[in-house]
Ligand binder design. Structure first.
Ligand code: HEC
Ligand code: HEC
Length: 494
């Protein structure tokens, strides 16, 4: 499918065709129905979506003012708005990928933009950047400048804010899995420009100035699976109160339609190409770059938050707040599906890896984690769920449950009833495992101690709970020392 698409793009003549992303026919069977409601989440219609003018603006790095290249600030003031992705400049596949890479890093949170003079003054004050981490070119993560028709505004990066893995001594691996920020590195965010300020501004614009707690509740409440901890969120009055909901976690982020009480791991996008579905619960089909593009539109605002009879937004809030041009969305799709995990530079000796591969085969891991992608692309059922025989995704459904925590798959708006079989490629550098990132690496996954209620999870911590069993996925847990060691060596070579 991807190859056919690429061929079309390649031979389309000098300027590449931009596919129409928000297409009603392609949207019709895109989402997976919710298990408890037996309906698909609603989408805006193509007509509603394209009524909104397209946003397509380049953004520029923010430097601590005392480390800025000479004349940078003046140069920026003189710029006219430039397209983030210019379709007229794209001819080949490689052009799409290069444009998408830049767009992924530069894309900003449109509703967070501001030209408030006091905020801009803070971004021009070296004090705001004291002790902050800088990239090799001297710029910082998070805040960005954007040149608009109204002049230079301050904004915040979107995708690269979460999908980024720190690497001591090198720039972050963008699109990599979120890990703990190494203690030996300077703090990642400029203290004078806190993230919650940008996030709070975007939120109040999206929810038309509704009090914060109520608005936040709307992004996560699932009235058909009531959770009083979620209902209590309505009492929050300030965006800073969401801090404890992160529970000190670094690899997971409470996501719209998810829940702070059922973790969602920030996945490694270098293995996206091996998937047939998006998100750990397989919320949407992944048929090619257009589906990634649609997903980007959805998570950046084109989400009516409507689930069968449950309308989570007021009629005024239910709108497409802004949209990115199709070429921006498609370029990101092409970039992400072109990624592959970097190879492990330090694998075990070949005889140990081969012995591990034999253990992998003997243990039947390949039935689900089938080579060469190390996934069969299927949806396993969450514990307690049985997919109806006429389920629209039945061809991809496996009746087996691996028995991991069923909360995300059954009690949230991402609750399809399924967990997809993840690819095992790139495991050697992935910091957190399982859909909720509960375990910190392979050693913990294969350690029987994690099944005890006294276990202290190395990964995601449920807010308010310290010790708990990390249940399920018991494959390979009875292996003896040598077999386990070689299995782990094999897994770390993928
Ligand atoms: C606030 C943090 C955050 C931001 C910002 C963010 N993501 Fe994600 N992303 C996540 C989390 C968490 C998940 C996992 C969700 C799940 O499994 O249900 C995810 C999942 C995904 C997936 C599905 C991956 C898979 O393996 O199925 C893609 C693709 C993706 N994000 C791309 C993007 C792009 C592109 C952007 C920018 C427009 C972006 N994300 C912005 C946190 C974020
Ligand atoms: C019946 C299918 C099935 C079998 C058999 C199976 N797995 Fe899995 N595996 C899964 C599913 C599904 C998940 C994700 C579960 C979740 O996220 O809750 C998973 C997750 C994993 C993960 C974590 C990956 C990540 O990205 O989070 C590893 C590692 C893993 N399996 C290795 C193995 C090994 C090694 C074996 C054999 C000893 C094995 N699996 C057998 C279905 C299976």
């Amino acid at each position: 499918m991807l190859r056919i698409l690429c061929a079309i793009v390649l031979f389309a003549g000098p300027q590449a065709q931009v596919p129409r992303i928000w297409d009603d026919a392609r949207l019709a069977d895109w989402a997976t129905p919710l298990a408890t409601l037996n309906v698909r989440p609603a989408n805006f219609t193509s007509e509603e979506y394209y009524r909104v003018p397209a946003d397509n603006l380049r953004t520029y790095p923010v430097y601590p003012p005392d480390r800025e290249p000479p004349g940078y600030w003046e140069w920026l003031q003189a710029q006219k708005p430039q397209p983030l992705v210019d379709a007229a400049q794209i001819q080949t596949n490689d052009d799409w990928v290069a444009a998408g890479k830049r767009a992924f890093i530069e894309l900003d949170s449109v509703l967070a933009r501001t030209n408030d003079p006091a905020t801009i003054a803070r971004a021009r004050d070296p004090e705001s950047f004291k002790g902050v981490y800088t990239l090799a070119d001297g710029s910082v993560l998070d805040p960005r400048w954007v040149v608009t028709e109204q002049g230079v505004m301050l904004t915040m990066s979107d995708c690269s804010n979460c999908h980024m893995r720190a690497r001591p001594g090198a720039d972050p691996l963008f699109a990599g899995p979120l890990a703990s920020w190494p203690a030996e590195m300077p703090q990642p965010r400029p203290s004078g420009l806190p993230v919650f300020e940008f996030f709070g501004r975007a939120f109040s614009r999206l929810f038309l100035d509704e009090p914060f707690g109520m608005a936040f509740w709307r992004t996560m409440a699932a009235p058909w699976a009531q959770d009083e901890r979620i209902d209590l969120l309505r009492d929050m009055t300030d965006v800073r109160q969401i801090g404890p909901l992160f529970g000190g976690n670094t690899g997971t982020v409470p996501r719209t339609n998810g829940s702070p009480f059922h973790g969602t791991k920030v996945p490694d996008l270098h293995v996206l190409r091996y998937n047939k579905y998006l998100d750990s619960t397989g919320t949407h089909r992944l048929r090619g770059p257009e589906d990634v593009a649609r997903y980007v539109a959805l998570i950046t605002g084109a989400d009516p938050m409507e689930f069968g009879p449950h309308q989570m937004l007021t009629p005024e809030q239910r709108r497409v707040p802004y949209r990115f041009a199709d070429e921006v969305l498609y370029a990101i799709g092409m970039y992400l599906l072109g990624l592959e995990p970097p190879a492990n530079p330090d694998t075990a000796p070949q005889n140990v890896v081969s012995a591990g591969e034999r253990v992998f085969v003997e243990q039947g891991c390949g039935g689900c984690h089938a080579p060469p992608d190390y996934t069969n692309g299927r949806l396993t059922v969450a514990e307690g769920y049985e997919a109806p025989p006429d389920h629209p995704n039945r061809d991809d459904v496996s009746g087996i449950s691996v028995g991991t925590d069923p909360g995300l798959a059954l009690r949230t708006r991402k609750g399809t009833g399924f967990y997809k079989v993840p690819s095992l490629r790139g495991l050697w550098y992935r910091p957190f495992l399982l859909h909720d990132g509960s375990v910190a690496g392979l050693d913990e996954l294969f350690d029987r101690e994690r099944l005890s209620p006294e276990h202290l999870p190395g990964g995601w911590k449920e807010p308010g709970t310290e010790r708990r069993a990390v249940t399920g996925h018991r494959y390979g847990m009875d292996l003896n020392g040598e077999d386990l060691e070689s299995l782990l060596a094999f897994l770390r070579s993928l």
